[in-house]
Design a protein around this ligand. Sequence first.
Ligand code: PPE
Length: 304
Amino acid sequence: MEKAKYIWMDGDFVNWDDAKIHILSHTLHYGNGVFEGTRAYKTEKGLAIFRLRDHTKRLLNSAKITMIKSPYTLEELENAQIELLKKNDFKSNVYIRPLIFLGYGVMGLYHVNAPVNVSIAAWEWGSYLGDEGLENGIRVKISSFARNSVKSTMGKAKAVANYLNSQMAKFEALEAGYEEALLLDEEGFIAEGSGECFFIIRDGVLISPPNDNSLESITQETVLRLARDKGIPIERRRVTRDEVYIADEAFFTGTAAEVTPINEVDGRVIGNGKRGEITKELQSAYFDVVYGRNPEYEHFLTYI
Ligand code: PPE
């Protein structure tokens, strides 16, 4: 990870190397914290944060779900992110990581009396699954881990604790020589990637599972809008693993992953084993939006 100059912590800009917390911070022990991942792109008119409002709203919704009271409002959190990017003077694309967590002072599971801390870090981060992956696609393995059950975890929250499951799935996939994991839900239908939502294309129809068992992905929602604009037919319905194997195209969406084509799943080549045509079209439309080249979606950009 590229170091930056400052990290925002509870209202102050702290030097990167000094951005530390106490070892008895509640979140570190019991896993109740919420975070966001937001990207800012170097556009022709300078650095611009993509869908800042939507990401910050989701952060506060995540906190609401896990019963953490944010000491900052939506506007305060938005401004902090903008100020942080201004102060850090970034030269290339940036990833922003706000985190609302429970700090030091209370031990034991009952978390309500623990102090709430907020940090926002930002650093220069390139492609998540590799430049090669963006261009030619990645190899994916269906995980032996089921995606967190909605009976016991709350997947609409981008909650720290939910990511143990993702981490184990990711590790398993990489250990087996693949680049990303695809998780099924408890009934065996496709849920999502370890940190991405999932799409297939069959006979010109774009298909993505409903968000019952996935994060409400902002990138997924953006891609669905772009597909609608292009008149591509869309279905939101459950998908089984065998349907994935015979899809014409497949791809992941996420803030970090952007639009990453999938060229193989469990040893089955998807389509022609390269980035599919519709995938390519949607990927380039997505990059046009985030880089400010599509005037219709200028309102998604917050220029720094
Ligand atoms: N599902 C999960 C489980 C998930 O973590 C993400 C984002 C998504 C779907 C896509 O959501 P969105 O970013 O709103 O399109 N994953 C973040 C974490 C990446 C990381 O390794 O850290 C991200 O993409 O920022």
